[in-house]
Design a protein around this ligand. Sequence first.
Ligand code: MTE
Ligand code: MO
Length: 530
Amino acid sequence: MDWGCTVAGRRPRRFIALAALSGVVSAAVFLAASELVALVVARDASPILAVGSFVIDIVPQPLKELAISTFGEFDKVALLAGLGLAVVIASAIAGVLQFVRPPLGVVALGVAGALSVAAIVTRPGVTPLAFLPPVVGALAGSIVLVLLSRRLQAWQRPIFPPASGEQASPNSDRGMDRRRFFVMAGIAGASAVIVGVTARAVSMATSSVEAVRRALRLPAARSTVTVPAGAELDIPGITPLFTPNADFYRVDTALTVPTVNPDSWRLVIDGMVDRRVELGFDELLAMGLDEYAITLTCVSNVVGGELVGNAMWLGVPVRDILRLAGPQSGADMVLSRSVDGYTAGTPLSALTDDELDAILAVGMNGEPLPLEHGFPVRMVVPGLYGYVSATKWLTELTVTTFAQDEAYWTPRGYSAQAPIKFSSRIDTPKIGKPIAAGRIPIAGVAWAQSVGIQGVEVRIDDGDWQPAMLSTPINTDTWVQWFLEWDAAPGTHYLSVRATDNNGELQLEEAAPIAPNGSSGWQRSLISVT
Ligand SMILES: Nc1nc2c(c(=O)[nH]1)N[C@H]1C(S)=C(S)[C@@H](COP(=O)(O)O)O[C@H]1N2
Ligand SMILES: [Mo]
C-alpha cells in the first residue's frame, strides 16, 4: 500500500483518518488523566459524569420522557453511551483540526476542558480542588495531541513542504516515522484505557460508604406494623406485597449514586422557622424509630406501569422534626434538598398532619436504606408522587412558600403540587404471554395512598364489571392485591381493571399522560388464550 499517494494540494484520506484517531486517543488521555486526578484530589470531579449530569438537568422535558420510555431504567446508560459517541466524534474532529490547522485541535481540547470545569464547579456540594481534574486532563490530552500530530506530520513530510517554522527532515525514514506514530498512539491509547478504567473502578470500589452502610446497625423499631393475615395472596405472577429492595424501581436525576457518610451527615431545618436546627444522624436515630408501610409511586408511572413499589420503612415523622424548628405562619411549603442539589416541594400541611405519616426514613425492608434509595436519610410521604415528596440523600428542609420557591421539576413541566392519582394494575396474565385455556386467576395490585382501596372491578372483553376479591389491607397507605377467577376460553380477550377508593370515588377513566401531574385511565390489556 502506498501511504504517500496523494492528490496535489490534498492530504491523503489515510492521514486524515489517522489524525482523527490521534484526536480520539488524546481525548481518552484527557478523560483518563482526569479520572486519575479526581481519584486523588476530588472524587466528585469526573468530567464525563459532570457533563452527563449537566445534560440531565438541561435536557428538555419531552426528550427526558422519551429517554425514560425508550430505555427505561437504562436511561442513564443510554445517556453515557450517547455522550461517549459525542466525545468520539468531537475528538476526531479536534484531531483532524490539529493536523490541518494547528493549534486548532489543542484549542478544541482547551474548550472541552473549560466546559468540563464549568460543569463541575456548578454542581452542588463540590470540593475546592474539583477544577483540577479537567485542567490536568486537558493539559495531558493536549500534549499527546501535539506529539501525535507532529509524528503524523513528520511521516507525511516527504510529500509536503514543511510547515512554516518547522524543520524539514528530508532524510527521515518514512517507515520509522510511521512506526513512531503507531507506537505512540498505541501506548497512549492503551494506557488511557487502563488508567481510566482502573481509576473509575477504584473510585467506585473504595467509596467507603457502602462498607459503612453494611456495618451500620439501626436501632430496633419502637413500634412495628402488623401485617394482617390474608394481606398477601398466593397467586403465581402477582406482585409481592412488599417489593424486595433489589427489585424496587429507581428514579432520580443522579448519574452516579451519591455517597453520603452518616457520620458527617447533617440535616438543616431552616427558612421560615422560629429557630434554625441542625441534626446529626445519631440525633435523628435518638428521636426513636417506628415502622411504616407505605407504597411509593412515581409520577412517570404510566397506567399499568412498574414505577410503583411497597416497602416497610423505618423512620421518624417529619412533623416531629419540623416541630424542633417551629414553622412560622404564612409558610405553606417545605423545600427538601438532596446532597446532589435535587429539590422537592411538599405542602407543609402534608408534613405536619397528625393523621398522615410523612416520615424521614433510614430503613427499608429491614435494612438501612440502600445507597440508590437515598442512604442515609430520605423522605417518604403517603399520597404524594415521589417527585414532590420523596427526596433521597436528604440534607435540608427549608420551610417556605410555593410562591417564593420552586422545586427541581416545577420549571421542567410538572405541577408544583401532585397528589397520587389512585390506580390499579393487572400483573397476571401478562400481555404478550399466551396462556392455556382453563380456569386461571386474573390478579394484580391497586393503590390509593392515604385513602385506601374499597374495591377493584375487572371486565373481560365487553362484559359486565365484576368485583375482584381483595387482600386484607395493611393500612390505607399501602397497595392491596386483588384477584378474580376466570374461565379463559381460547381466543384473544381484553382484560380491563378499575378501582374505587374508600371515598367512593371511581378511578379516573379519562386517559392522561404522565406530565404534568400523573397518568390516569383504565388499564386494558390484550391476552391471547390457546
Ligand atoms: N435526590 C433525589 N431524590 C429523589 C429524586 C431525585 O431525582 N433525586 N427523584 C424522586 C422521584 S421522581 C421518585 S419517584 C422517587 C423514587 O424513589 P426510589 O428511587 O427510591 O424508588 O425519588 C424521589 N427522590
Ligand atoms: Mo418520580
